[in-house]
Design a protein around this ligand. Structure first.
Ligand SMILES: Nc1nc2c(ncn2[C@@H]2O[C@H](COP(=O)(O)OP(=O)(O)OP(=O)(O)O)[C@@H](O)[C@H]2O)c(=O)[nH]1
Ligand SMILES: [Mg+2]
Length: 192
């Protein structure tokens, strides 16, 4: 069931952002980490385009439910096969959005459970902390892919880093494990 989540708009320019106060929750993280898939899981829809090819999403995509809340599907970072000319405009848009957009109530930074927190994630996190420090949540995705105990132990370590070192609330999720999605969804819906 699609609970009346709708595609709202695709933004390439800061000036085109909706001018209202509807709260926005941003999904960000490395290319292919599962941002669009997580949005689809939470909204029980296929609204966000997912792909096996990294770098699929190249603009800010907005979904909305009943004029109450928006999810923003961000382009992934760390994908190096995009022409630089197009990237600087996108970087600029993201930078402006993060710095100036008052509607942001939360930013979910997605981390692949198997790969953990990379240098580029730390770089992004440091910058985000300047503007959105207490609105950032870490989401460790694709936890169904952890097959052995060593991998599961590593996720526990990443969780500990998130909590103790980075001072962030975190969730471990898999689009294949409904309970993990329900837990996160409850938290997001109660944040209004
Ligand atoms: N096993 C597993 N695969 C997942 C999960 N979430 C996403 N995937 C897969 O990971 C791939 C990338 O997912 P996307 O949702 O397109 O990732 P994205 O972060 O939106 O990617 P970009 O838009 O390119 O930055 C797809 O093949 C998904 O099916 C998960 O929880 N478990
Ligand atoms: Mg995507």
């Amino acid at each position: 069931m699609n609970e009346s989540w709708k595609f709202l708009t695709e933004i390439h320019d800061f000036r085109d952002l909706p001018k209202d106060g509807i709260p926005e929750i941003v999904f960000w993280g490395r290319s292919n980490v599962g941002k669009s898939s997580l949005i689809n899981s939470i909204t029980k829809s296929k609204l966000a385009r997912t792909s096996k090819t990294p770098g699929r999403t190249r603009s800010l995509i907005f979904f909305e439910i009943k004029k109450k809340m928006r999810f923003v599907d961000f382009p992934g970072y760390g994908f190096s096969f995009i022409p630089k000319k197009n990237e600087s405009k996108l970087d600029n848009l993201i930078d402006q959005y993060v710095r100036k957009r008052k509607n942001i109530i939360m930013l979910l930074l997605l981390i692949d459970s198997l790969h953990g927190i990379k240098d580029i994630d730390n770089l992004i996190l440091n910058r985000l902390n300047l503007y959105l420090e207490n609105k950032i949540l870490l989401i460790f995705t694709k936890k169904d892919r952890l097959k052995n105990n060593a991998q599961k132990e590593l996720l526990k370590k990443y969780n500990e880093v998130a909590d103790k070192k980075l001072n962030k609330k975190f969730f471990n999720t898999s689009i294949k494990e409904a309970n993990t999605i329900i837990l996160l969804k409850k938290f997001l819906m109660h944040s209004l």
